[in-house]
Design a protein around this ligand. Sequence first.
Ligand SMILES: Cc1cc2nc3c(=O)[nH]c(=O)nc-3n(C[C@H](O)[C@H](O)[C@H](O)COP(=O)(O)OP(=O)(O)OC[C@H]3O[C@@H](n4cnc5c(N)ncnc54)[C@H](O)[C@@H]3O)c2cc1C
Length: 457
Amino acid sequence: MHTIESSAIKAIDALSRRLRGTVMRPEDPRFSIGRRVWNAAIDRHPAALVVCDDAEDVALAIRIAADHGTAVTVRSGGHNVAGRSVADGALLIDLSRMRAVVVNERAKAAVVQGGALWHDVDLATARAGLATTGGLVSSTGVGGFTLGGGTGWLMRRHGLAIDNLLAAGVVLADGRFARASVTENAELFYGLRGGAGGLGIVTSFEFRLHPLRQVLAGLIVRPATEASDTLRTFRDFASTAPDEFCGVMVIAHAPPLPFLPASWYGEPVIISALCWCGEPDAGERALEPLQRFGSPLAAHIGPMPYVQWQHMLDGSAPAGRQQYWKNATCDVLSDEVISLLASAANDLPTRYSEIHLQHLGGAVAQVAEADTAFASRRAGFFVNLIGVTPWAEELPELRRRVRRLYDQLTPYALPGLLPNFSGQDDGGLTARLDAARAQRIGSLRQRYDPHGLFVSG
Ligand SMILES: Cc1cc2nc3c(=O)[nH]c(=O)nc-3n(C[C@H](O)[C@H](O)[C@H](O)COP(=O)(O)OP(=O)(O)OC[C@H]3O[C@@H](n4cnc5c(N)ncnc54)[C@H](O)[C@@H]3O)c2cc1C
């Protein structure tokens, strides 16, 4: 039995009377599923779920929580692997009913409600032949993704999600609404772009959109014995790659892809996931060096609607598994790092675990460091160690093995990490920032949330 403070009970009573949306208490049969997040390893017990219908509801929830001194968390897609959207004893403000997306074709912009998923945005913008940088898996929430920077297939051409953010509508810790942009509440806008939350609840994001219908994209699967060559080729290619290109190297056990010989299902492989968002003929030529070496087991690359590519990896990331992730950023991809990753290819912690290597650069690196709170613009590459198991009892061993590989990587890594991929034991996100940035974000949190209403990393 989890005890709930009497002040929280009073707040829940008041909300139950006044909220347009739904308040779910622990005794509500929907609560036990509703408190869950994507990562099943997170097992926390909020005081109640406050499912808001609209921004007015969000403001009401904040005011009532503040009046009763009850801490809150906010949840959009619930995909944060560290479970930053749910905390024991806090009110969980759930935005899952606030998923509307309004596209203005002429202005090439979209207004997106704070609880939308990338799926919602990608479908709505695709209808107008437009797109913006979103997550690689379409069930990821726009909210947490954007506040942590937001890396995706289009980032090297069009920037991170935060670089396309034109404005945000925010409910502040005192329940007031504020609009943040480069001209309104500019310091708040700085913090929202990569500061990973804790400054208010964003009820609407306004994004710049870009004309894009088709991409040239697909997968090349090679045996894990070719991991070293694949990573080296990718590294060398990435150093001069055009901004239209974005690639992710995935070390995994082969999923049952329809174009892969069945004898390879479940075997250790390295998959090059490649996306070209420019002119297709130029893409065919540009991607050639990534295709012509080694002995691929299968290659499946071709033109397809961007929105289809955006949904391509969804099946690889179902909710409800136990996850333990670590993230490392590197300036350059040294031979030592390549050799560590290549040997890990034959020794992944579980058959569900993966390693993702991605590059930054291009438009990401063009934005001035001081313009946004995102701290890793100058990193060349980042590695995500994605530890996964369906079984809770395997979690301690999974952690140990992911951690061991991470410890081997850290001598070659930069001090920072990408907030979006921070794990359960990465602590407060500002702890890994340079002193000036940490101080700037710290003062912002002090100014916008002086009483610590938002539980944040
Ligand atoms: C399968 C998968 C794929 C991913 N792919 C990518 C990727 O390609 N690129 C990338 O950058 N990241 C990626 N991520 C990481 C992801 O962006 C982060 O975990 C992000 O925090 C998830 O956002 P969310 O809204 O789904 O999560 P939540 O758990 O709901 O929220 C995460 C944090 O943001 C806060 N928050 C959420 N919405 C709001 C809001 N509207 N206002 C204020 N605070 C808010 C929450 O309180 C919490 O602190 C991926 C994660 C998963 C699980």
